[in-house]
Design a protein around this ligand. Structure first.
Ligand code: WAQ
Ligand code: MG
Length: 261
């Protein structure tokens, strides 16, 4: 197996993130050496032409990953729950989280934590699925999930299937890969997410059973999005964080992978 390179980009406006810059965009891929240059260029172009604003700080990291360190995980099956508006979407997402075993009060508390943000975070909040308490120590930055990608063959399968449903866009592809990694992490029960791009209102709830999309989880025009990762126990938090941030993962569709609608 050839060496893969982790490529990670984060872009901000008003200076670097660590000096208070506003998060504009981020991306992470795991690619073969021949794809490094084009991937880096694509990420920089994207950061410079983003609907959240033009970045004035862009950091790109390129780092080899030992082939033995790469783990394969299954691509999550996809389903869309049609909802009229974001009120209905949030109610449906909360119901889905409860069905997955997140305590209803904990799901409410996590949703509230996303709604009070006055600026989007760069990463995710990790929350105890029974108490709703935040358990990571990353504050306004959050935990960044990195070092994941879909396999090249898997990407063809995924894009072909998404195209038939009019869903072959960066948001869906990247979120599906990220969520597939997240729910494969030790101690993770579920994830709730919606985009921070003002024109993109969709979000999802992911569990090991699948990726469930809701076309509306926020009002159009809102630049506040976010992610909450629900942990079965706060005792596992350190292990979960280490996996989310560092474990190299290649996502692969299994023979029974499908998009329900
Ligand atoms: N690790 C952790 N958190 C992240 C990461 C990451 N790699 N990337 C983004 N986030 C957090 C961060 O707080 C962002 O503000 C927020 O998630 C939203 O990020 O099926 O586009 O990249 O139609 O804007 C989901 C629905 C789209 C797709 C999600 O997220 C569909 C999306 P964005
Ligand atoms: Mg975004």
């Amino acid at each position: 197996m050839t060496v893969l390179y982790s490529i990670r980009m984060r872009a901000a406006q008003g200076g670097p993130h660590e000096q208070g810059g506003r998060h504009i965009s981020g991306a992470e891929r795991l690619v073969v050496p021949a794809a490094i240059a084009a991937t880096v260029t694509g990420m920089v172009v994207r950061a410079l032409h983003h609907s959240r604003g033009r970045a004035d700080f862009i950091n790109v990291t390129v780092e080899a990953v030992a082939p033995t360190a790469v783990r394969q995980v299954a691509l999550l099956p996809v389903e869309t729950v049609p909802v009229q508006d974001y009120h209905a979407g949030r109610a449906a997402a909360l119901a889905r989280l409860a069905a997955a075993g997140v305590a209803p009060a904990a799901a409410d508390q996590a949703l509230a934590a996303l709604l009070v943000l006055n600026e989007s975070m760069r990463g995710a909040m990790l929350v105890d699925a029974s108490t709703g308490q935040r358990v990571d120590t990353y504050g306004q930055r959050g935990v960044r999930v990195t070092r994941m990608d879909i396999s090249p063959d898997g990407e063809q399968v995924l894009r072909h299937a998404l195209r038939r449903h009019g869903l072959d866009n960066d948001h869906v592809r990247e979120a599906l890969v990220l969520a597939s990694k997240v729910v494969s992490a030790p101690g993770v029960l579920a994830e709730l997410c919606w985009s921070d791009d003002p024109e993109y209102t969709a979000g999802y709830v992911a569990t090991a059973a699948g990726y469930v999309r809701f076309p509306h989880l926020k009002p159009i025009g809102s630049g506040i999005g976010g992610r909450v990762v629900f942990l079965t126990s706060s005792k596992a938090a350190e292990k979960s964080v280490a996996y989310l941030q560092n474990q190299a993962v290649v996502v692969v569709p299994t023979a029974d992978w499908h998009i329900a609608c």
